[in-house]
Design a protein around this ligand. Structure first.
Ligand SMILES: Nc1ncnc2c1ncn2[C@@H]1O[C@H](COP(=O)(O)OP(=O)(O)OP(=O)(O)O)[C@@H](O)[C@H]1O
Ligand SMILES: [Mg+2]
Length: 297
């Protein structure tokens, strides 16, 4: 483990009986990183995270956090990790305020100025019984709980479900600040645009196996996007032939549909000579990204 590696998985494998959880995961996360963990439903994201917290045990392989084996040192590690599970268990009949006091007492105190700051920035409602809060408002309490002890590593399992865009933005700022202070974040998602904005690197997992671990910039250069454009006049197909990365061109009178790999720059320069009415781009499906990888390897 090099000095700045805070997490290292080595051949980490989990079978639930005969059912595949994850297979032979090898990857590492560095101090100060926001590390994205991207994969579709059932890929193995939650399974991996639960093994890191020692809630479930691997079938084979090892995981280390801060150089310590996660099975042998789970109690010590839990003091240094903040975890947001997919379906956080909160105590329903108490208020958010009582809940945070309870969490603080469990750990022998906390920095209340920081907790108040988190509560205010995440716009938490801490005066009503947790049971009576909406899904998104419960999620915000669970996020504050994961962060309130300033953990050295924050493990977040699909944290943005239910957050509105403004709060999501504030949450991402908080995560960036925590990594600027030398802490690290692992963030699972099945939405590429979300990890793309926030993360330094991303691991892509599919059917329990790692497909790739990439810098975000490298991932973007392989990204396929579907583009649809309308023009003020009919357009000629010759215009779009031979542009870097452009494939599957369909032209219908004044409308263009195509797929583009990587940068939009060369296409935009060609269409700039035309009268453009509308441009739409679609988020690539994760499946398309996987295909791009398989074609590339
Ligand atoms: N307790 C369990 N018993 C049997 N199989 C399980 C169990 N938990 C998970 N699995 C299986 O392990 C695989 C990985 O599931 P996991 O929940 O880790 O995926 P995920 O990437 O978190 O998916 P999602 O995006 O839906 O949350 C799936 O095939 C799932 O059916
Ligand atoms: Mg999951």
């Amino acid at each position: 483990m090099s000095d700045d590696t805070i997490l290292e998985l080595s051949k980490l494998t989990k079978y639930y009986g005969k059912h595949r959880g994850v297979i032979d995961l090898d990857m590492s996360v560095k101090k100060g990183e926001i590390f994205g963990y991207l994969g579709p439903n059932g890929a193995g994201k939650t399974t991996t995270m639960r093994m890191l917290l020692d809630f479930i045990r691997p079938t084979s392989g090892t995981s280390k956090i801060f150089g310590l084996d996660t099975k042998e040192n789970s109690l010590a590690l839990r003091h240094r990790i903040g975890y947001l599970p997919t379906a956080p268990a909160l105590y329903g009949d108490i208020t958010g305020k009582q809940f945070f006091e309870y969490c603080a007492n469990l750990k022998g105190g906390c920095d209340w100025d920081y907790v108040r700051e988190l509560i205010q920035r995440m716009e938490c409602d801490i005066d009503r019984p947790i049971d009576t809060l909406s899904h998104g408002n419960k999620q915000k309490l669970a996020i504050v709980r994961a962060l309130m002890h300033r953990p050295e590593l924050v493990i977040l399992d699909e944290p943005t479900t239910g957050l509105d865009p403004l709060i999501q933005n504030e949450f991402e700022k908080i995560l960036r600040e925590t990594t600027e202070q030398g802490n690290s974040v692992i963030f699972s998602s099945h939405i590429l645009s979300e990890v793309e904005e926030l993360c330094d690197r991303v691991a892509i997992i599919r059917e329990g196996t790692l497909v790739a671990v990439e810098q975000i910039a490298d991932l973007k250069s392989k990204q396929v996007r579907r583009i649809e454009m309308s023009f003020g006049n009919n357009i000629r197909s010759e215009l779009f032939e031979g542009i870097d990365g452009v494939k599957n061109i369909i032209i219908n009178e004044n409308k263009l549909k195509c797929d583009i790999v990587g940068s939009l720059d060369s296409l935009v320069k060609v269409v700039a000579t035309q009268h453009i009415l509308d441009i739409r781009t679609e988020e690539p499906a994760l499946e398309d990204i996987f295909l791009a990888y398989y074609e590339g390897h």
